[in-house]
Ligand binder design. Structure first.
Ligand SMILES: [Fe+2]
Length: 343
């Protein structure tokens, strides 16, 4: 059951001037001052929306929260960019990005990865020519295998958030809610053992980044981060795939990027049982323009169905944010307390 709130025309009329003012005051969504102010600015959102998000955060009524009905003028957006590198400058979706940021900032703190989309906080999710059969969010003809976002990293987010700008072919995002799994028939104890080798996913590979960010200090820190990712590929870390409460566990797994060599027989069997149940309980959710969804990255795994990209400017186009409830938990990985990028 999705935790859902539909914005009314009155909500949009109230939010619109706030977004217009903030768009005038800030150059882009990456403006550190805007990111810093976001939790305070979010208090100007409609109280019923704030209460709705707070209920999702604390009550965990579902693993998927959807805020629908944000006004999006698709004609004003212009063509879907061919690559995430071509986005962000004078973003035609700046107003929507601000709304998305404010909602995310009710749930926690937004953060990014030095090794992903050149260290931006606001990501673009769109099909990229040449990636059709590559295991990456920018693929299309191949489905995106279900996964926990950044399952390989101890600083992974509590939520992965998606905002839909365009989805003309109703391509489905796939989600499985841990609440739908029958834990009584699974070997939960085995899945809590730190024996499962989890590798970094392709989105953190240097071949999917720009050669230089233009900032030598950032480049140096990023090179160190890429080296760490490589070391985790060469010598994968062993982790549990379940954690938290044994009667209602949290999940962290990305089977496409796992190596099963050397797993004990019991672990292999327990893992296969969990994956089979997840496959059976996976649901399709087709995002519509103006939808902001917040996937609980502890309580759900997600993926995407395959589709044929158009490459004519009308393609599916989402924005993505990573959200953590424990920014200080990643302090060792970030150069300053208020720096949001994990190196
Ligand atoms: Fe993902």
């Amino acid at each position: 059951m999705i935790h859902h709130l539909a914005l009314t025309p009155e909500d949009n009329a109230g939010i619109g001037p706030l977004l217009t003012d903030l768009a005038k005051e800030h150059a882009s969504i990456e403006d550190p001052r805007l990111i810093r102010r976001a939790p305070v600015l979010a208090r100007s959102l409609p109280p019923r929306l704030l209460e709705f998000l707070e209920e999702y955060r604390l009550g965990e009524p579902s693993a998927l929260c959807r805020v629908s009905g944000l006004a999006v003028d698709e004609a004003a957006l212009g063509p879907t960019p061919p690559h995430w590198r071509d986005s962000q400058h004078d973003s035609p979706a700046f107003h929507q990005e601000i709304f998305f940021l404010l909602c995310a900032s009710v749930l926690g703190d937004v953060f990014g990865w030095a090794t992903q989309q050149d260290g931006r906080l606001m990501h673009d999710v769109l099909p990229i020519r040449g990636h059709e059969h590559y295991e990456l969010g920018s693929n299309s003809l191949q489905h995106l295998s279900w996964h926990t976002e950044d399952a390989f990293h101890p600083c992974r987010g509590d939520y992965v958030a998606l905002m839909c700008l365009k989805n003309p072919d109703q391509v489905a995002t796939t989600v499985c809610d841990a609440a739908d799994l029958d834990w009584s028939v699974l070997d939960v104890e085995a899945l809590f053992e730190p024996v499962f080798t989890q590798m970094p996913d392709n989105s953190h590979r240097p071949e999917n980044a720009s050669e230089s960010t233009g900032d030598p200090t950032v480049d140096r820190l990023r090179a160190r981060s890429f080296a760490l990712i490589q070391s985790w590929n060469d010598d994968p870390v062993r982790r549990p795939v379940l954690f938290g409460d044994r009667t209602s566990p949290y999940l962290a797994l990305d089977p496409y990027h796992m190596k099963m060599d050397g797993w004990p027989e019991r672990s292999l069997k327990a893992f296969a049982g969990l994956c089979d149940q997840i496959e059976a309980k996976m649901k399709d959710v087709s995002l519509e323009p103006g939808d902001c969804v917040f996937i609980d990255n502890f309580r759900a795994v997600h993926g995407r169905r395959s589709f044929r990209a158009r490459y004519d400017g009308s393609d599916r186009w989402l924005k993505r944010l990573n959200v953590t409830r424990n920014l200080r938990g990643s302090r060792a990985w970030r150069p300053a307390p208020d720096n949001r990028i994990i190196y």
